[in-house]
Ligand binder design. Structure first.
Ligand SMILES: Nc1ncnc2c1ncn2[C@@H]1O[C@H](COP(=O)(O)OP(=O)(O)OP(=O)(O)O)[C@@H](O)[C@H]1O
Ligand SMILES: [Mg+2]
Length: 348
């Protein structure tokens, strides 16, 4: 079975009339500022290598101008690369002919936009079936599918409303329903939630996570918000000036930030929501004691469970219920407040 993974390999994008001519210079170390000053070309992306596992949410993070949109737009080839490959199920999207590309875009990808991009004179239902209409799918069938998704994103009862009758969060739900109605494997979300009020934004993150449990799409989600990245990302890649400065799980990034730039980013993070019990557990000595906690439980949840049960010892169990380590409340609390270095843990 196809894994629906996306592999970005050695991808370069240099904006300007003769981008190809400068790939070599960039490979040799010419940076964005120098390329712009000396040659009047803009370094959009530089040697990007990211594998985005199928069925997972990969978050791309970075400051404004770091290349996030440029990267996501390569995935459905709204932008052609200067060099490199974007493989989907092993096929290079950048080499597809016009027909294959059209079919790939239409059937395999769906986009959710920050500005929703809803058609103002169409109702929620009509906006949601828009993609199916273009595909020429029978009206009864497309209505049935669209109504199902409108329901799933929590908009039942609003089918006949127009976008200007809805709040921002509700409009974003329509955008999501429209994308899902397409039944595409890949969901591309460029700052989809960045314009929403904080509480509504968290709400929409929950909607996505809830749906993703079952849908298992290959989601590429762009944000400049670390909390959002950590909450949503199975994997996170951080861009700066067009190159990847670090990629890994949220926990890996918080525990061992690659440089000062990322360290500054992660300082404010609530560590208890990111670090897992198995990261800080010690080897079992003797019989497993106290509560049993599933591997993958974050420290905050572990601490709450243990204090709730008035128990200060616990053991961690793997997916088969086999004890794999021990932990106590003191360890948890100190890991939640002191920055722990990954290297320290591995040495211990
Ligand atoms: N068509 C273009 N021509 C020239 N330069 C471009 C073009 N599109 C993007 N750029 C430049 O490429 C770099 C990356 O832009 P991009 O839009 O990908 O950044 P971003 O990370 O999405 O930023 P933001 O958070 O503001 O959306 C920027 O320096 C931008 O000015
Ligand atoms: Mg952008």
């Amino acid at each position: 079975m196809a894994s629906h993974a996306i592999e970005v390999k050695n991808l370069y994008k240099i904006f300007g009339p003769r981008g190809e001519d400068y790939v070599k210079l960039v490979e040799k170390g010419m940076g964005k500022a120098e390329l712009n000053e000396k040659h009047g070309h803009v370094l959009g992306l530089q040697d990007i290598n990211i594998s985005m596992p199928g069925g997972c949410i990969t978050v791309v993070m970075g400051l404004s101008g770091s290349g996030k949109s440029t990267l996501i737009r390569h995935i459905n080839r709204l932008i052609d690369p200067t060099a490199g490959e974007v493989l989907y199920d092993g096929v290079d999207v950048c080499k597809m002919n016009e027909n294959d590309l059209r079919s790939f875009r239409r059937h395999k990808t769906a986009m959710v936009f920050q500005k929703f991009a809803l058609l103002p004179h169409r109702t929620v239902l009509e906006n949601t079936i828009y993609g199916l209409e273009i595909q020429g799918i029978d009206r009864r069938e497309s209505e049935k599918r669209a109504l199902g998704w409108i329901d799933r994103v929590g908009l039942q009862g609003f089918e006949k409303h127009y976008p200007n009758q809805l709040s921002g969060g509700m409009q974003q739900r329509v955008g999501l329903a429209r994308a899902l109605t397409n039944d595409a494997d890949i969901l591309l979300m460029d700052e989809a939630y960045s314009a929403l009020d904080p509480l509504i934004r968290v709400d929409m993150q929950s909607v996505l996570l809830e749906l993703q449990k079952e849908l298992k799409k290959t989601v590429v989600f762009i944000t400049h918000d670390l909390d959002e990245a950590l909450r949503l990302g199975d994997k996170i890649a951080i861009l700066r000036d067009g190159h990847v400065v670090q990629q890994g799980t949220g926990q890996e990034i918080v525990l061992s930030p690659a440089d000062d730039y990322i360290t500054a980013f992660v300082q404010e993070v609530n560590r208890g929501r990111v670090i897992n019990v198995e990261t800080i557990m010690r080897p079992l000595s003797g019989n497993p004691e106290g509560l049993s906690l599933a591997a993958g439980t974050v420290l905050e949840t572990a601490a709450r469970t243990m204090t709730g049960a008035h128990i200060s010892n616990a053991h961690v169990v793997d997916a088969n219920g086999r004890p794999i380590g021990a932990i106590d409340l003191q360890m948890i609390i100190s890991a939640m407040v002191t920055p722990v270095k990954h290297t320290d843990l591995q040495a211990a």
